[in-house]
Design a protein around this ligand. Sequence first.
Ligand SMILES: Cc1ncc(COP(=O)(O)O)c(C=O)c1O
Length: 435
Amino acid sequence: MHKKRHIHELHVLFQGILNLGTSENKLCYDIIHERLTRPGMNSLDPHLLQYSNVQGLESFREEIAKFLTEYARAQNPLDPEHIVVMNGCCSVLASLTAVLCDSEDAYLIPTPYYGSVYPDSWLYGKVRPVHVQLDSKMSDGESHPFMLTVKKLEDAMTEATKQGIRVRALILINPHNPLGDIYPAHLLKECLDFAHRYGLHVIIDEIYMLSVYDGTFASVHSLDRLPDPERTHIIWGFSKDFAMCGVRVGTVYTQSQEVRKALNQLACFHGCAGPVQQLLSRLIWDQEWINNTFLPANRRRLLKSRSILVNGLQKLNIPVLKGFAGLFVWADFRKFLKTQTFEAEMDLWWKLIHEKVYISPGQAFYCSEPGWFRLVFSDTVNKIQLGIERLQQALGVLAAFDSEDIPTPVSGEESTSEPEMIDSDATQLKKIVVY
Ligand SMILES: Cc1ncc(COP(=O)(O)O)c(C=O)c1O
């Protein structure tokens, strides 16, 4: 079909605001639907209609333990008794921070980060973040923008202590949302050692563990030694890796009996329906299906959608950080900001909304620099193509209206039109990791 006609038809088909902002995987409904509706999947045992163990059904925790042992490549078989099941990882994050910290205590967290951690931890426990500011500027010895180092953790810890803030935990997201980064095993170990030195708990959110499309992921479960096992708490759930955020199931693995006991007090408000646990047990029991059907198809589709989005952004001359995992890319829209401020970032966001495309601004992730956006690619090819089209329209309109203030994106190395204050960063970015 002629491209223009195709795009026109897509506009007509999707008249509302196109959502490339919410981190949902919409690529695998067909495969999952087929597996979940096979005979035997939905039989209902009588006990599932009664109250059950608040920590999660034993049979489900056994399957989760086997699943994580296999897919997180745990050193030793994981113990089902160390698992607590809740209705989603948000509930786990809210409960864990409330249990580990007193109100007004804080946790260290590198920015940008999945923004809901803040309200989740504040709502229950009145626990707040101490931001470890990462940005796109690379210092000596750093291999990529927004790179986490233990020195940055140390500096943030020192500063917080100076200000009289009691830091009780370190929260890490790996694979990272929104950067799409994977922490190498040596960095993970250094972070765990750092936390141990300061007596901090570590909450590590591995919700994107299997949504890796490039490179390899090392789970904390796979490390040969944990410096402080009782203070290491590992989160995983079904929302991303099994493309089913609607089922609302998250888990935490913690070796601390005390923490589990406290979590179980809150778990009675965050229970996960018995029939759902049973259904998911049957799903993850089938490793043959996971290995030979689901995972290869999911990876293939993620890669395809991602390359369509990245190529489209490249054509609009929008730099994208190299990512390895997750359902999104982290892109640099700084040249479209009137001024390098968060107000201008919001103005740009509204302009995009008016053009009926929703992407997430960096400030939703507490990014320290204005102008970065997260774009989700785990949707159909048609929607990604339409998203690119609407971005082009919005950014073209922007350039036409504000051509005196905002440099129009131009292609090629000879571009000189970026605002002065970001020039050196942009050059640096071009050299290393930007597509
Ligand atoms: C890093 C991270 N943790 C947790 C969640 C929430 O997970 P759930 O749907 O299990 O509550 C998300 C969802 O976007 C996420 O990106």
